[in-house]
Design a binder for this molecule. Structure first.
Ligand code: RIB
Ligand code: CA
Length: 313
């Protein structure tokens, strides 16, 4: 039985690799892509999503434009990691031709979840949570209709990557994250604690490149570009690979482990805005609202990623 998913994303090289992995996996039925402002402005994330879908030979998948800016916070982008286009590292000499849907991504999200059978749609969030937060505000009923929301974001012991206390996707729109984490939707969170254990070591990127097909080579090229910031910052042998962990969890959840805990979002901190406050030791008495994954078998993760991407064009 395939699982219907909608991917909300801010490509972003790691987003692109996550989308490739989803498209390479017959267990998943990608209903649509929604490109939101995040790593780079929405104009770029939409263009990048078109490019990724065309590289994968999937211009048939409907693409929607998501939110252009966070709910309240001034916009934070991450060109220092992803480059000025957000997809630096691959050949950008050609222009994609696939259309972007007229309907807004938020309207599509509401309409498609309402039209689907209850618990039929899984939402995969790879960027700021703005689109889902707006959809929940306009249509609270969708919360009980979603099967699950699987998101890359936050951190427990790894704290932050865009500030000392906060991870980018949450920090970019903390009010949106607060809405999502309080909506009562089954959440599966892949935080920095997991992604920092899934490092793109040279031999792993080489194995990807050695697949030889255009999507695997593009993935290796993209990650070889975006890694430079993290290698310099952390001094590790490989850069963390964030967004594909969400898709890998959907495909092989046994690769990951964690626990159900309460996660709160700091929205009014002086130094800690956007922090995911993880009640790992259940000291608050607050009911768990997320399956928070903190460990991964990184060899199994990269084996899955490399073997699946080999099946793409
Ligand atoms: O903190 C990592 C997250 O921020 C990833 O989703 C990456 O694409 C950026 O959006
Ligand atoms: Ca992302």
């Amino acid at each position: 039985m395939t699982r219907k998913i909608i991917i909300d994303t801010d490509p972003g090289q790691d987003d692109a690799v996550a989308i490739f992995l989803a498209l390479a996996s017959s267990e998943l039925d990608v209903q649509a892509i929604i490109a939101v402002a995040g790593n780079v402005p929405r104009s770029h994330t939409v263009e990048n999503a078109r490019r990724v879908l065309e590289l994968a030979g999937r211009a048939d998948i409907p693409l929607y434009a998501g939110a252009e800016r966070p709910l309240q916070k001034t916009q934070t982008t991450a060109e220092h990691v992803h480059g000025p286009t957000g997809l630096d590292g691959i050949d950008m000499s050609w222009s994609p031709s696939m259309p972007v849907q007229e309907q807004s991504g938020v309207e599509y999200l509401i309409q498609s979840v309402r039209a689907a059978e209850p618990q039929d749609i899984t939402l995969v969030m790879l960027g700021p949570l703005t689109d889902l937060a707006i959809a929940l505000t306009l249509a609270p009923d969708i919360a009980s209709r979603l099967r699950e929301v699987v998101l890359m974001g936050g951190a427990w012991s790894e704290l932050g990557n865009i500030t000392p206390a906060a991870e980018f996707n949450i920090y970019a729109d903390p009010q949106a994250a607060d809405i999502v984490f309080n909506a009562g939707i089954p959440l599966v969170v892949l935080p920095l604690d997991v992604t920092h254990k899934c490092l793109g070591l040279p031999e792993r990127l080489k194995a990807l490149r050695d697949n030889g097909n255009r999507c695997s080579v593009a993935a290796a090229d993209m990650l070889s570009y975006s890694e430079r910031f993290d290698l310099d910052k952390y001094g590790w042998k490989g850069a963390p690979l964030h967004d594909p962990c969400t898709i890998a969890w959907l495909l092989q959840p046994e690769i990951f482990s964690g626990r159900s805990v309460h996660v709160g979002i700091e929205t009014a901190g002086v130094l800690s805005t956007g922090m995911t406050v993880v009640d790992w030791w259940s000291v608050t008495g607050r009911a768990p609202n997320a399956l928070f994954l903190t460990d991964a078998d990184s060899d199994a993760f990269y084996t899955l990623l490399t073997t699946r991407l080999a099946t793409l064009p």
